[in-house]
Ligand binder design. Structure first.
Ligand code: NAD
Ligand code: UDP
Length: 337
C-alpha cells in the first residue's frame, strides 16, 4: 500500500514514517520544510536502510499534490502538514488558517480529483478546550481558545461534511495528547529550533546546560502538587497509532475522531524529576505565574482507541525521557539557542 505523508519530515511525521516503512508500507513524504530540515531524510534512510521518496513542496499547491498522488499511485494520506504553535497562532491567525485550513482544502481537492478517499488527520486534544471532566473522552464537548485550536476544529468539521457527502470517504481524526520522546536510534527527534514552548524539550535544554532554568508556570492548580498535569505519550507509540488507524481504515467508512494518549496524568514536577533521574543532571526551576490560556489538567480516556484500533500506548514516561535525552546528547540541536 502506498501512503502519502504530508509534513512527513516533521517531528511526528518522521517517526510515523519509521513505523509505517518497517511495517511494509511504501511511503512518499511531501514537505515544504518550513519547520523541519531536509537532513532528516538522510537520518530516516539510515534508520530504514533504504531510500525514501520525498517531494519538496507545499500542500496548498493543489496541482503538485494531485501530480504526487497520481505519480506514486497513493492509496491513503496521513495529513500532518500544518503550523502548531499556539502563541504564534494568536499573533498570526491568517497564516494559521491559510496553512492549516486552506492546506487541508487543497489536499481534499487533489484527493477527490484522483479518487483517493482514505485520510488520517493530525488533530489535537486542544479541540476539547478547558476539560469539563476527566479523563476526556471523545464525546466531550469541543471548543477552542486560540486560532490554532480553532483551525483544528474547523478541519475536523469540514472532514465530517466530506465523509457525509459520499460513503466512499474513510476519514479518521486522531486527537493527539502531548507527544514526547524520540526514536531509540537517537537520529530523529523533536527540534524546536527556537526557545521551546513545550515542556519536555525545554527541560531537555535545561538538563543539557543550554538554558539556565525551567520556568514552572503555576503551582496553584487544583492538582496533587499544584503544577499542570498532562498526558505525555511517547512519539513512537503515537506513530504506531497511525499504523493501527491505517489498518482500521480498510474495513471502515465514514468519519471518526479518536484520542491517542496514555490515559495517565503527569505533573510538571513529576516530569522534572523523571528527567533528572534519567539524565543525571541538575534541572533548576523557578515557580512563575500561570501561563495565560493554560488549563490545569488534561488526560485522555483511551478506550476507544483500543476498541476500534486495537492500539494502546506501551512506553513509559521514563523511556520517553531516556529517548529524548539520547537524542539531545547524540545529535544535539540543529539551531543554536
Ligand atoms: P512539525 O512542525 O514538526 O511537523 C509539521 C511538518 O509539516 C513540518 O515538517 C513542516 O515543514 C511541514 N509543513 C507545514 N506546513 C506545510 C505546508 N503548507 N506544506 C507542506 N509542508 C508543511 O509538527 P509535528 O509536531 O510533527 O506535528 C504534526 C501535526 O500534528 C501538526 O498538524 C500538528 O498540529 C499536530 N499536532 C502536534 C502536536 C505536538 O505537540 N507536536 C500535538 C497535537 C497535534
Ligand atoms: N510548562 C511549564 N514550563 C514550560 C513549558 C510548559 O511549566 O516552559 C507547563 C505548562 O504550563 C503545562 C505543561 O507544562 O502545565 C505542559 O505544557 P506544554 O506547552 O508542553 O503542553 P500543553 O500546555 O500545550 O498541553
Amino acid at each position: 500500500m502506498n501512503i502519502l505523508l504530508t509534513g512527513g519530515a516533521g517531528y511526528i511525521g518522521s517517526h510515523t514514517a519509521v513505523a509505517l516503512s518497517q511495517a511494509g508500507y511504501e511511503l512518499v513524504l511531501l514537505d515544504n520544510f518550513c519547520n523541519s530540515n531536509p537532513s532528516v531524510l538522510e537520518r530516516l534512510q539510515k534508520i530504514l536502510g533504504k531510500p525514501l521518496h520525498c517531494v519538496e513542496g507545499d500542500v496548498r499547491d493543489t496541482s503538485l499534490v494531485t501530480k504526487t498522488l497520481r505519480e506514486y499511485k497513493i492509496d491513503a494520506v496521513i495529513h500532518f502538514a500544518g503550523l502548531k504553535a499556539v502563541g504564534e497562532s494568536v499573533e498570526k491567525p491568517i497564516e494559521y488558517y491559510t496553512n492549516n485550513v486552506q492546506g487541508t482544502i487543497s489536499l481534499l481537492e487533489a484527493m477527490e480529483l484522483v479518487g483517493v478517499k482514505k485520510l488520517v488527520f493530525s488533530s489535537s486534544a486542544t479541540v476539547y478546550g478547558n476539560p469539563q471532566y476527566l479523563p476526556v473522552d471523545e464525546a466531550h464537548p469541543t471548543g477552542a481558545t486560540n486560532a490554532y485550536g480553532r483551525s483544528k476544529l474547523h478541519i475536523e468539521e469540514m472532514l465530517k461534511d466530506v465523509a457525509n457527502s459520499n460513503s466512499a470517504w474513510k476519514i479518521i481524526c486522531l486527537r493527539y495528547f502531548n507527544p514526547v520522546g524520540a526514536h531509540e536510534s537517537g537520529l530523529i527527534g523533536e527540534d524546536p529550533g527556537d526557545i521551546p514552548g513545550n515542556l519536555m524539550p525545554y527541560i531537555a535544554l535545561v538538563a543539557s546546560g543550554k538554558l539556565p532554568s525551567l520556568n514552572v508556570f503555576g503551582n496553584d492548580y487544583p492538582t496533587p502538587d499544584g503544577t499542570g498535569v498532562r498526558d505525555y505519550i511517547h512519539v513512537m507509540d503515537l506513530a504506531e497509532g497511525h499504523l493501527a488507524a491505517l489498518e482500521y481504515l480498510s474495513g471502515y467508512s465514514g468519519w471518526d475522531a479518536i484520542n491517542l494518549g496514555v490515559g495517565l496524568g503527569i505533573s510538571v514536577l513529576d516530569l522534572v524529576s523523571a528527567y533528572k533521574k534519567i539524565s543525571g543532571r541538575k534541572i533548576p526551576f523557578e515557580i512563575l505565574e500561570r501561563r495565560q490560556g493554560d488549563i490545569g489538567e488534561c488526560w485522555a480516556k483511551v478506550d476507544m482507541a483500543y476498541e476500534r484500533l486495537q492500539w494502546r500506548a506501551k512506553r513509559s514516561i521514563e523511556l520517553s525521557c531516556q529517548d529524548s535525552w539520547r537524542y539531545i546528547c547524540s545529535n544535539g540541536l540543529r539551531k543554536n539557542i
